[in-house]
Design a protein around this ligand. Structure first.
Ligand SMILES: [Zn+2]
Length: 100
C-alpha cells in the first residue's frame, strides 16, 4: 500500500479566493488486481475532491478545482502569508496639474 500527499488547489468563483487542501491518497489493489484510491483528509476517509467545494472565505459552493500541481506553476495565485504591508508609495496622478 502506497500513500501519497497531495495538495489540491481550489479557487472560488464567488470571491476569487484561492486555497489549498491537503489530502493523503492511499493506493491499494484488491484481490482481483483492481487499483483503488482512498482519499483521506485529516485522517478521515473523504470523497475525492471535486468542483463544488465550499469556499472557506465566503461560503459559496461554486469553487473550481485546479489540476494537481497547478499552483506550483502559478505561485502568484497563492495568497501572501501574514499581514499585507501597504505600499508606502504615495498615489500620484500621472495627469499633469492644470497650469492656471
Ligand atoms: Zn468565496
Amino acid at each position: 500500500m502506497e500513500e501519497e500527499l497531495r495538495n489540491v488547489p481550489f479557487e472560488c468563483r464567488g470571491c476569487w479566493h484561492v486555497w489549498q487542501e491537503d489530502y493523503v491518497v492511499r493506493h491499494s489493489e484488491d484481490d482481483h488486481g483492481n487499483q483503488g484510491e482512498v482519499w483521506l483528509s485529516a485522517g478521515l476517509r473523504v470523497p475525492p475532491p471535486s468542483s463544488g467545494a465550499i469556499c472557506p472565505q465566503c461560503g459559496c459552493q461554486q469553487a473550481t478545482m485546479f489540476p494537481y500541481g497547478y499552483l506550483t506553476r502559478h505561485p502568484e495565485l497563492i495568497p501572501p502569508v501574514g499581514p499585507i504591508v501597504p505600499d508606502a508609495t504615495p498615489l500620484l496622478s500621472p495627469v499633469p496639474k492644470p497650469l492656471y
